[in-house]
Design a protein around this ligand. Structure first.
Ligand SMILES: N[C@@H](CCC(=O)N[C@@H](CS)C(=O)NCC(=O)O)C(=O)O
Length: 279
């Protein structure tokens, strides 16, 4: 995914502008600069580096927050790459994702998108009224601050989900760590869920809360192409990342069953995939 990202995004106005700068700057660099160095130098100036977990589950990212930012970059037509070496310990806020743009480093998916909108402009939400923007923000918050925690439960606390998560997410680690790290991660997730409050509910209560959010999303989408109507908006970066991370992952849970019941959610994910991640 990371390597393919440079060639797959849809070129927008900003991309074209950056490409022109690339060519002009490349032409002016001294001959003495080796071409690989030149390429790396220019890439550093012109590419946004997205640091995130490695892809899993056949999705661009198994972290919905990482997939949200990658989807936004594609929707906005901004050139990016996903360098190796992303790590929670290097992340300014200890979570993924974060980006580097020149000498700017920004963490947290929402602050990243704010930064990108302020720096490169944003046509995606231009068609929304103030009221529609407020509604989109409320829906985004429901997904990220409520439904997310039910999904965390299904992956990290529920035994069936943890079995799959621990096997897939840590498969690259050496044998000893492969057993230890998932247990530590699980303990950390349980603590976070308890602090949030979601973790104090029973399994049935957590899934009931999450399922209501999913039904609300399906009702809100209705027969529209995108969450805010016929045209995509930045809310779709969040909605697609989170819904795909429910229905297209190999973890059986009441959340997945619920999401799969709504044909419009599946069709929506297919639509987003075809438009922003063409094969
Ligand atoms: N509010 C943050 C949330 C990011 C987040 O929770 N990332 C998770 C992955 S989905 C993470 O890095 N978890 C690692 C941890 O908590 O140790 C954002 O929007 O970026």
């Amino acid at each position: 995914m990371a390597a393919a990202s440079l060639s797959r995004y849809r070129p927008g106005r900003i991309t074209i502008k950056r490409s022109i700068v690339f060519v002009v700057v490349a032409g002016r660099l001294p001959q003495a600069v080796a071409s690989a160095e030149k390429f790396n130098y220019l890439k550093q100036i012109l590419m946004i580096s997205l640091y995130q977990f490695r892809p899993a589950f056949g999705l661009p990212n198994a972290s919905p927050f990482c997939m949200k930012v990658e989807t936004y970059l594609r929707m906005a037509g901004l050139p990016y790459d996903c360098p190796r070496g992303a790590s929670l310990t290097k992340s300014p806020k200890g979570k993924m994702p974060y980006i580097e743009d020149g000498d700017r480093r920004v963490a947290d998916s929402s602050f990243i998108i704010d930064y990108l909108q302020q720096t490169y402009g944003d046509k995606l939400d231009a068609h929304l009224s103030e009221r529609e923007r407020a509604m989109a923000l409320s829906v985004q918050r429901m997904i990220e601050e409520h439904l997310y925690w039910a999904a965390v439960y299904s992956r990290w606390v529920d035994d069936a989900g943890f079995k799959v998560s621990s096997r897939i997410f840590f498969s690259h680690m050496p044998p000893g760590l492969r057993q230890l790290v998932p247990q530590l991660a699980r303990r950390g997730m349980k603590q976070q869920m308890h602090g949030h409050g979601m973790g104090r509910h029973s399994r049935d209560e957590i899934y009931a809360l999450g399922c209501r959010d999913i039904a609300a999303l399906a009702a809100l989408l209705g027969d529209q192409a995108y969450f805010m109507g016929a045209e995509p908006s930045s809310l779709d970066a969040t909605a697609y990342a989170f819904v795909a991370n429910l229905i297209w992952i190999p973890i059986e849970s009441p959340l997945r069953e619920q999401a799969k019941q709504f044909a419009n959610l599946e069709a929506y994910c297919q639509r987003m995939k075809a438009r922003y991640y063409p094969a």
